[in-house]
Design a protein around this ligand. Structure first.
Ligand SMILES: [Zn+2]
Length: 353
């Protein structure tokens, strides 16, 4: 897959929760996002955000203009022998409907925790909830494939609550799993719940518990400590509690690259049960774009966002018109959707409908 096109696009700053970008190739100082703590005392649902499906294809986006060639030439000639077969003069055109407002359920409040000149893209081969084809335990975070000793930055402001080896204090599933690891409790909450970010398999932590950090502050160096098959950063988002059982998909927290958004959704079986480890692919219909593939979350122990209830997510999808392909072969199900930048583009599909 080709991702190099945008690797020089730099996240510069964040204001009002909106990312501002430039292509300057320099380390960035990212002011903390303005925190949109939802303060409805009873429940978030009561504030009646737009329904997630309003972002999906249920709105029936305009059908791409069909070229004349879609008419079967045999039919035309059968009607009259004087009509010539007309070749399409122009390819199909696509006009996006007006961009919907981002849902209040969105929380793209984290900058990327690695330098701009390294692997800013998350590893697509081992996303959140994935088992890499059953080879690995379900992933509770995402990977940034950075070399040994890379500067690691705080994804947002907060206070460090753990830094060091996780041999005595269990931070992951087992003692020593994350090796040198650092956890930040952020100075904002999500609907009253504390928000944490975790940085695992480090070679060195540079700050200690109790220290306050700003977004983008240097906190550690990457490594391959703990259970890791090579140098990379394991990045986790935890909500409500600092525990391995409380993770959420970081792809719904890291703000996207310019003109890119997130496609997330829920794939269920005909009986309504969540469909686990179903292959998914995204194919762009209105232009060239790298092919993207993922799978739905592996099992029920993988948490979804409390509001979205998603079981898959694609990050950094260029804005455009797409075909989401669920499954493969004769069993595949397809759905078209518009992808808008800087927001969650939600799709719900019940298989066998
Ligand atoms: Zn990982």
């Amino acid at each position: 897959m080709v991702f190099s096109a945008c690797q020089d696009q730099i996240v510069n700053e964040s204001t009002n929760g909106q990312a501002v970008y430039s292509t300057a190739n320099k380390p960035t100082e990212v002011p903390p996002p303005v925190i949109k703590t939802i303060s409805a005392p009873d429940s978030a649902i009561s504030i009646a955000p737009p329904t997630p499906t309003s972002v999906s294809t249920d709105e029936s986006p305009p059908t791409p203009t069909q070229p004349v060639s879609t008419i079967q030439s045999g039919e035309r000639l059968a009607e009259t022998s004087t009509v010539e077969v007309v070749k399409p003069a122009v390819p199909p055109t696509f006009t996006s409907p007006p961009e919907p407002e981002a849902s209040p359920w969105d929380h793209y409040w984290f900058r990327r925790p690695v330098p701009d000149d390294t692997a800013l893209w998350t590893d697509k081969a081992y996303p959140y909830g994935n088992t890499r084809g059953g080879l690995l335990r379900p992933h509770h975070g995402v990977e940034f494939n950075v070399p040994m000793g890379t500067d690691i930055y705080a994804a947002a402001s907060g206070q460090i609550i753990f830094a060091g080896e996780d041999t005595e204090t269990i931070v992951g599933p087992d003692p020593g799993f994350y090796g040198q690891v650092l956890v930040i409790q952020h100075d904002f909450t999500l609907e009253g719940q504390p928000v944490y970010s975790l940085y695992g398999h480090l070679s060195e932590t540079l700050l200690g518990p109790g220290q306050e950090v700003e977004s983008g502050e240097l906190i550690a160096l990457s490594g391959a400590s703990g259970v890791a098959d090579g140098p990379h950063l394991h990045f986790e988002t935890r909500i409500g509690a600092n525990s391995y059982q409380s993770t959420r998909n970081p792809l719904l927290w890291l703000y996207p690259f310019p003109e890119r958004g997130v496609v997330a959704g829920n794939i269920s079986w005909p009986d309504g049960q969540s469909a686990a480890e179903v292959p998914l692919a995204l194919r762009r219909l209105d232009g060239e774009s790298p092919f993207a593939a993922t799978t739905t979350y592996a099992e029920a122990s993988i948490n979804s966002d409390d509001n979205w209830d998603e079981n898959f997510a694609f990050d950094d999808v260029a804005a455009g018109y797409y075909l989401l392909i669920v499954g493969s072969g004769e069993d595949k199900t397809e759905k078209e959707l518009w992808v808008y930048p800087m927001q969650t583009n939600y799709v719900e599909i019940q298989l066998g409908e």
